[in-house]
Design a binder for this molecule. Structure first.
Ligand SMILES: *[C@@H]1O[C@H](CO)[C@@H](O)[C@H](O)[C@H]1NC(C)=O
Ligand SMILES: [Zn+2]
Length: 538
């Protein structure tokens, strides 16, 4: 502890020596580095929390639950992967506080659905050619188990254009394909276009994520086309999300008044129904249809928006827009009829997009919706036979800081700057929330309604779109072999572990291991018997 403190001070001293200019006003005083205010017994804090007993009991209860937890080495019949796009650790913290505060509860101690999972790890998200991941290369890592170039989906680093993409040896297949190969059902649920980078990682093979409806090259199939006709896409049982425009010709106007984007004149929604003619298949486009859909369908395609689905805060209780939790529930109910189990991919896709706009409140609300969907999966499945993995593709340059008191409004003020101007607790390193200084003075956000969902939180560097961050993201797991998803892992290890647990794919699996264990124990038995025989009779 003292060593660490000493090391910290040394680092600070070195930094000051390295940058002498402007450091003259630097005061090495702990009271300034860590300003403290003494709060009166805050009514927002439960009185028992002031007693040591409360914390000791809470810690002992957690310890007891952890040491009594037995390793689950069952075969995972089902795997559900939840992907929070851009779900940084900081976003999880801020969203849990916001979620609790919304209900008038103790926000800091609130738990989102995945926080109750028994195992967690960190995922290193860099891609083949990028220090900071995009959603395409990262999807290839966490679904197909191979790191690739920024912007590439379902291909290795050798596919860089249409010509190299025609070489199928450059394609890599996702755990959805591995699962289909052993007779499992599969599904994708997302709040983005179903052709967007993360869900496309389940079924598409493109060097360029922008080929959603038009590759600019007739030889290479676009992502929407691959969802209908690709080796993996054609077998997906449940497809729910947005992106209708990518399936319709640019000459048509869809049911909600948006025009299609396809330039090949094809109506892929109609074609999808035609390809499923021999099975029970349904196409739906609104929430009411989803909530009354017959789960005995073999195939379900739901496209609820022309573009991405709306931000939750913009469509609360909308009759046309289902929630992520509602879509997840229908998907699980359809897939769980599979005797061989299923692989389901669920994406909270707009946590990321709200962050890109520095729209902190919307990002937190999307995260809470994501948590609600995980809650549905927990309720509908058993830890005994279903592995649930919750992770993210990459982080965001989003932070929560200052020294606000316990119970402080998470969207509120974090403290006062040296310039005497208040600053918000939430902020970004870059993005459109940047505000020009006025007469050399930092912009004062305290004049705004900080609870406004459209408020762009402050950013240091002006950019039209806030950037991802290269830091690690969390992995949360429960169910068979969930304990293997602990420690600091390369992102592409995740599908290998899910495949191990569910006995799919070409790599090691729990089933192969247990049969070789049975085999080796049989060999051992035979060896013992022959020794006994030899000693007696020879
Ligand atoms: C549709 O796309 C084609 C091919 O790019 C183009 O020639 C045509 O003008 C477009 N039509 C509309 C209505 O945008
Ligand atoms: Zn993004």
């Amino acid at each position: 502890m003292i060593h660490k403190l000493f090391l910290g001070l040394t680092v600070i001293a070195v930094v000051i020596q390295a940058y002498p200019e402007g450091s003259s006003s630097y005061v090495e005083d702990d009271a300034i580095m860590h300003p403290r205010r003494i709060y009166p017994k805050n009514s927002r804090i439960a009185q028992e929390e002031f007693q040591s007993d409360y914390w000791i009991k809470q810690a002992q209860a957690t310890l007891k639950a952890k040491k009594e937890k037995e390793l689950n080495k069952n075969v995972a019949k089902n795997v559900i992967m939840f992907l929070g796009d851009g779900l940084s650790i900081g976003t999880i913290k801020a969203a849990r506080v916001w979620s609790g505060q919304q209900r008038g509860e103790d926000g800091e101690a609130t738990q989102l659905a995945m926080e109750e999972f028994p195992y967690a790890g960190l995922s290193k998200t860099y891609c083949l050619d990028a220090q900071t991941a995009d959603s395409a290369c990262s999807a290839t890592a966490y679904l197909a188990g191979v790191k690739t170039n920024d912007g590439a989906i379902g291909v290795n680093g050798q596919s860089v254009n249409c010509a190299t993409n025609l070489d199928e040896s450059n394609h890599v297949y996702s755990i959805a394909k591995w699962s289909q190969d052993v007779g499992k059902k599969t599904g994708i649920v997302t709040t983005t276009r179903v052709t967007h980078a993360s869900p496309a990682g389940v079924y598409a093979h493109v060097p360029n994520r922008d080929w959603e409806s038009n590759t600019g090259n007739a030889d290479c199939a676009d992502i929407a086309h691959q969802l209908l006709y690709g080796e993996t896409g054609k077998n997906i049982n449940v497809i729910l999300g947005g992106g209708r425009e990518r399936f319709l010709p640019n000459t048509t106007i869809d049911v909600e008044g948006s025009s299609g984007l396809r330039v090949d004149g094809r109506d892929l929604i109609e074609e999808w129904l035609n390809t499923k003619a021999g099975s029970k298949a349904t196409y739906i486009w609104n929430r009411a249809e989803l909530l009354s859909v017959d789960i005995d369908n073999d195939y379900l395609l739901g496209l609820f928006e022309a573009e991405h689905m709306q931000y939750y805060l913009d469509v609360v209780d909308d009759p046309l827009e289902p929630t992520l939790a509602e879509m997840t529930e229908v998907a699980i109910k359809m897939l769980e009829k599979s005797e061989n189990g299923y692989f389901l991919f669920v994406e909270g896709g707009r946590i990321d997009m709200a962050h890109h706009g520095n729209l902190a409140k919307k990002s937190l609300a999307e995260t809470v919706q994501f948590s609600e969907a995980i809650e549905v999966a927990k309720r509908l499945t058993s830890e005994e036979d279903t592995l649930i993995v919750v992770t993210s593709d990459h982080s965001h340059v989003f932070s929560q800081g200052g020294y606000p008191p316990r119970g402080n409004d998470i969207l509120g003020i974090g403290g006062r700057g040296k310039d005497s101007i208040l600053y918000t607790s939430l902020s970004y390193a870059n993005g459109p929330g940047y505000r020009q200084e006025v007469d050399g003075a930092r912009h004062d956000f305290s004049a705004y309604d900080l609870s406004d969902k459209e408020l762009r939180f402050p950013a240091l560097v002006q950019l039209s779109s806030e950037t991802h961050s290269g830091e690690d993201v969390g992995i949360f797991a429960r169910g068979p072999w969930a304990h293997l998803l602990s420690g600091v892992l390369e992102q592409n290890v995740i599908p290998h572990v899910m495949a191990y647990a569910s006995c799919v794919g070409d790599g090691a699996t729990a089933c192969k291991d247990s049969s070789s264990n049975i085999l080796s124990s049989k060999l051992f038995l035979m060896l013992c018997l022959s020794i006994v025989y030899l000693r007696r009779y020879v």
